[in-house]
Design a protein around this ligand. Structure first.
Ligand SMILES: Cc1ncc(COP(=O)(O)O)c(C=O)c1O
Length: 483
């Protein structure tokens, strides 16, 4: 039987400390409500293939800190005093305890410390199936430098004052034109707001729309940084397992009271799959009857290799849907530019909040991106990315079929930069990831993307950063470690 905890041999922290940390985070997240019983040390030790003393030490530490109580003969229970109200006093007197709680909630599930530069490690894997980055050799830096230089003259008044909190108008105009034509988004340029990445848009929306305890409906597996962010705002997440067509709207629990729904209908993240029109209409109907707002995250819709993009959800109901886009995948992530299309009633509050948060995205890069799009470089760049990434995607699918015929199930890869593959039932994804690393191949575990634990074993393989030969060789080596 699997466990919601795991002990990572590569983690420098002692085993009991890893376990203590995970249990503490699980309690703070509410996975173990006050008064509930933790697995017995014997059960947990057996599940984790570790010594019982490791679990006992972890539980003792939790007990010393008041998280659990041991009742001799009956087990270890989450302290009943540990309700949300106790650890998070409302209003005045908010102290270190609460900060600790919030920090712990953020730490959960992170692969690496937040202050670590997101640069390649010192000893990169020979073949790294990473995703979520762009590749310098494919980006027209000469053009980019020229466009930036245009706005760097010392007599340019634009650079001497604050920009507009909603974003640089010519960029908003060109995005509106692009989205109307490519996604069927219905919008006036004034509904487009420029943000410092999609992640900031989610943060501001959560600040504006959620009160502690609100329910948010999300896809599982799904975008875990959205999960963490909603949790940071004290939301309760309801995860609906997706199928090959995204969110199965007819399976939303009847008692669901979500105020917000977060979906990736164009290309479900991370499983793949596109939500068909009937489901889109059904979701909007559901949201309308509940008064819920839908966030449509179209994070990689520009990189579609097959078929036409369906009309965005936003194009079907511009009053109820917030459309979210990013330049992280198609330009580069460190640019930190994204955009949203807001329903008119949310526009003013959102822009006011954005103004308070950071006074608006940097004008220099916005102006350069506006020209990049306006002068045709963006379309050209997209065509090149689709061609190159499309070839790599075909190479990955063919390699999976060649080296592991019928072994790994994966959703159709019509778009995006990665494939999520299901490992054979019963296999341990941590072991597969480690064994692949020993062969110089880096693949990514699926578990962090699932709300439900234990999750079905899966790995993610990004294809955009590897040439066809490396993709084939990487999959060949991976095949050797799949049970
Ligand atoms: C599902 C999803 N949404 C949005 C983003 C983009 O976030 P940002 O614009 O903050 O870089 C990503 C990036 O990895 C993503 O995977």
């Amino acid at each position: 039987m699997g466990s919601i905890f795991n002990i990572e041999p590569d983690d420098p922290a002692p085993d009991y400390r890893q376990l203590y940390r995970q249990a503490r985070e699980a309690i703070l997240r509410g996975d173990f409500p006050a008064g509930s019983r933790l697995p017995s040390s014997r059960e947990l030790a057996a599940q984790l293939h570790t010594a019982r003393i490791t679990v006992v030490q972890a539980y003792r530490q939790l007990e010393r800190e008041g998280f659990v109580m041991t009742r001799p003969g009956s087990g270890t229970f989450v302290a009943t005093a540990l309700t949300r109200a106790d650890v998070e006093p409302a209003g005045a007197g908010r102290g270190l305890t609460e900060w600790g709680v919030r920090a712990a909630r953020l730490g959960a599930g992170r692969e690496r410390p937040a202050d670590e530069d997101r640069v390649p490690e010192t000893r990169p894997a020979e073949i790294d199936f990473s995703f979520g980055r762009s590749f310098a050799e494919l980006f027209p830096y000469d053009v980019w430098r020229r466009l930036l230089a245009r706005y760097l003259s010392t007599d340019d008044a634009m650079m001497a004052r604050y920009g507009t909190a909603a974003g640089y108008l010519p960029l908003r105009e060109t995005i509106a034109t692009y989205l109307r034509a490519s996604r069927g988004v219905t919008c006036d340029p004034r509904q487009v707001v420029i943000v410092s990445g999609a992640q900031q848009a989610l943060d501001i929306l959560a600040r504006l729309l959620l009160v502690p305890g609100d329910e948010v409906l999300v896809e599982t597996p799904g975008y875990r940084d959205a999960f963490s962010l909603f949790r940071l705002h004290d939301a309760r997440l309801t995860g609906l397992p997706v199928d090959e067509q995204g969110l199965p709207v007819d399976r939303i629990p009847p008692g669901c009271r979500a105020r917000l729904v977060f979906v990736t209908p164009a290309h479900q993240f991370p499983k793949g799959g596109t939500m068909p029109l009937e489901r889109r209409v059904a979701l909007l109907k559901w949201a309308a009857t509940r008064g819920a707002l839908v966030i449509e995250d179209d994070y990689d819709g520009d990189l579609r290799y097959e078929g036409q993009a369906l009309t965005a959800l936003q194009g079907l109901d511009s009053e109820r849907v917030v459309y979210l886009g990013t330049f992280s995948k198609v330009l580069f992530p460190a640019l930190r530019l994204g955009y949203l299309v807001l329903p008119p009633r949310l526009l003013e509050p959102f822009i006011a909040a954005k103004d308070l948060v950071d006074r608006g995205a940097p004008t220099l890069t916005q102006a350069a991106v506006a020209d990049f799009i306006e002068e045709g470089h963006f379309e050209r760049h997209l065509r090149q990315l689709r061609r190159v990434y499309g070839r790599r995607r075909t190479a990955l699918v063919e390699a999976l079929e060649r080296h592991m015929p019928g072994l790994l199930a994966y959703s159709p890869v019509a778009a995006g930069l990665h494939v999520m593959t299901a490992l054979p039932p019963g296999s341990e994804e941590g072991r597969v990831v480690r064994a692949a690393a020993e062969r110089g191949v880096r693949v990514y575990p699926g578990a962090p993307f699932y709300l439900e634990q234990p999750s079905p074993p899966a790995i993610l393989l990004g294809f955009s950063g590897l040439d066809e030969d490396n993709i084939d060789e990487g999959v060949r080596r991976l095949a050797e470690v799949i049970p």
